[in-house]
Structure formats: structure tokens, C-alpha cells
Ligand binder design. Sequence first.
Ligand SMILES: Nc1ncnc2c1ncn2[C@@H]1O[C@H](COP(=O)(O)OP(=O)(O)O)[C@@H](O)[C@H]1O
Ligand SMILES: [Mg+2]
Length: 235
Amino acid sequence: MRVRGTALRKVIYLLGVPGTGKSSVGRELVRRLHGELVDVSELVVRKGLYTSYDRENATYVADVPRISKLLAEKASSSNSSLVVSSNFAVRAPGARDFAVFLLRCNPLVLMKRLSDRGYDNKKISDNLIAELVGLSLDDACTTFGSKNVVEIDATKLSMSLIVSCIMDELARGDDAPRGWIDWISRLEGNPALGDLVLFISRHSSAPGLSSVRHRRHRAQASLKRRGSLRRVSAP
Ligand SMILES: Nc1ncnc2c1ncn2[C@@H]1O[C@H](COP(=O)(O)OP(=O)(O)O)[C@@H](O)[C@H]1O
Ligand SMILES: [Mg+2]
């Protein structure tokens, strides 16, 4: 079966902080599209595409130009869809047909997923801040342009529903509803938000809620400058 529109979408980016479901969604998506999945984190380590190792944060510092070059090579060497799963926005230059999906997850749920994954408290906190204030959204918009970014609140959706949302979006083109996900507003009044912020302020290198609020306002201001975003919510 050929899904309307998908044949034109050569590169499909799946972005989001760790634990939002990129790998799980990517596996299902390439199965449906008969495409190829590239996990950027895995690629960075396997091919040595990093400039250094950050001991404090226990992460490799990705060599973005070399990753971009490799993605461009992959995109041009195959006719099937290339699904790129990444924690940060990285682009295959020259690939004109692309779509960008940013997976979001309620930070209260994300906390449990990252803890189950065995991350230490600092790494959990840093990723929770990123999700809470939408740093991945800012990153995606800066790299791809806000009109090209489709957000999906994947917290409560099954894998098949998320993939169906993506397939629908690929087929639909430009008619998606607009808006963006702001967890702090959504969780306002929920006592669990206070516990989450306390956890972050204890363990993150960032100095607590004032920093979270500051970053959130910065992200909001930056988004307002760039215009609104496309979002896919649960049907
Ligand atoms: N929509 C979802 N519903 C329930 N569990 C999910 C969902 N998305 C991801 N998970 C679970 O969360 C964990 C992290 O998912 P994963 O696909 O590895 O995320 P990522 O690649 O973004 O780090 C896995 O245990 C996965 O089964
Ligand atoms: Mg993954």
C-alpha cells in the first residue's frame, strides 16, 4: 500500500529528549514505511562521530558536521525513507523532502522512564528540565524552521497510534492544527509538579525553579518571534 504523500518524504526526523519514545516509534515507523532507521546516538558512538567526551555529564559531544554529512550520504544513496532518531536536531543538508516530528512526554511520566533506564539523578534532572521548558522544541525550530516541526504528545498514546498520527500527518501535508506543548501550564496546580521541581533543584546543575521559569520564558519569547507550531494531539 502506498500512503499518499509519504513517497515524497525522504527523510523523517524523530526528535525528543531521551525516553520520549523515539526508538520505539522509529522501529514501528520503518516497518510501516519499509524504510531505514538511523539512531544518531548509536551512530555517534559506533562511528566515533564525536569531538570529545564530557565526563561530568557522561556523554559524548557530537560532531554535528560529520553526522550531517553521513546523513546526507545515507539519504542520497537509497530510495526508501530514512528515519532519523535523535536527541538533538541534526539535519541532512541537501535533503529537500523531509518531515520533522518532535515527541513530547509528560515530565512526570518521563521521570519514571528515565529512572527505569538507570540514569543517575543529575542526568534525569537535566533531561526533565529540557522537557519541562521545551528546549528540544526550541532546538528543532532553530534547525528546521517552526513551520516544519510537528509536536506529538506521545505520553498516553500506543505505539501504533503514534505511528498512525505520523502517517496521517505525512499524508495530510500542511493542514495540521497549530499550537505547542507547555508542560508547566498544563501541570500548574498539580501537586506533583512541586515534587518534580524540588527533585530537579536538588539534583540538576541548574539552580531550581527560578531557572526553569527563566528558561521557559526565554523559550516562549523565542517561539513567539518564530511564529506558531504544528502539533498533533490525541484523537
Ligand atoms: N507511548 C508510550 N507508551 C508507553 N511506554 C512508552 C511509550 N513510548 C516509549 N515508551 C517506553 O519508554 C521507554 C523509552 O522509550 P524509547 O523508545 O527507548 O525512547 P527514546 O528512544 O526516545 O529514548 C521504553 O521502555 C519504551 O517502551
Ligand atoms: Mg532511543
